[in-house]
Design a binder for this molecule. Structure first.
Ligand code: HEC
Length: 112
């Protein structure tokens, strides 16, 4: 009994990064779309153009999708990202979110 519980935990912890927090998307398609984001968010989602720009690498996929939808709808107000999000379909958003979620986040400081 205990062993099977342990096994279930191990399997879940191995599988959960692949689930990308409930968002179904295609990371390969997301990577292609992400070329448009690299100038500001970095090729790896970490090296941002400006230190005030958010890192996308490793962020929860459902959060990224929500943010993109809100930029598109105007609920989140930012002129730069509103323009970026207009061109994205819901599928693009899911693909991008799964891709950025899969990247390793570099935790650091805002100081260079
Ligand atoms: C011209 C620069 C620029 C480009 C290109 C750009 N972004 Fe952004 N992005 C920003 C800035 C600036 C912010 C912070 C906006 C704010 O304060 O709400 C941001 C914020 C975000 C956020 C919110 C992150 C958070 O932690 O809340 C997401 C998600 C995001 N961008 C995704 C993308 C994606 C996906 C693309 C490519 C399709 C992209 N961005 C292209 C500049 C850019």
């Amino acid at each position: 009994m205990k062993k099977s519980l342990l096994l279930a935990c191990v399997l879940f912890s191995l599988a959960s990064p692949l689930l990308a927090v409930g968002v179904k998307g295609d990371a390969v398609a997301g990577k292609q779309k992400a070329a448009a984001c690299a100038a500001c968010h970095g090729v790896d989602g970490n090296k941002t153009l400006d230190n005030t720009y958010p890192k996308l690498a490793g962020q929860y996929a459902d959060y990224l999708v929500k943010a993109l939808k809100e930029y598109k709808s105007g609920k989140r107000s930012n002129a730069i990202m509103a323009a970026q999000a207009q061109a994205l379909t819901e599928t693009d958003m899911a693909n991008l979110a799964v891709y950025f979620h899969s990247l390793k986040s570099e935790i650091g400081t805002l100081k260079k």
